[in-house]
Design a protein around this ligand. Structure first.
Ligand code: ZN
Length: 86
């Protein structure tokens, strides 16, 4: 993990995504107990790796997704939320 945990939680990766109408959304950093697929890059998040876990409700159905930390780091860098050393 390159940055403080709060930065991953506040990254705002999905803010402004109008197609994603999730209610009661919660985000936390978890250590995966089994393999998951990153919802952004579709790569495998290995068992034991940390990832951003999001859960909530869409149309009354519980939904959840995992995002690998690399994708969030890329987003933090692209969106200018962190200084990138050239
Ligand atoms: Zn990813």
């Amino acid at each position: 993990m390159k940055y403080p945990e709060e930065m991953y939680l506040d990254a705002g990766l999905y803010d402004g995504d109008m197609d994603c109408d999730v209610e009661h959304r919660k985000e936390k950093i978890v250590k995966c107990r089994k393999e998951h697929k990153c919802s952004v890059c579709q790569s495998t998040i290995n068992k034991g790796d940390r990832a951003l876990y999001e859960s909530g409700f869409m149309d009354g159905e519980p939904v959840s997704s995992y995002t690998c930390l690399k994708c969030i780091e890329n987003w933090l860098e692209e969106s200018g939320q962190v200084e990138v050393e050239e």
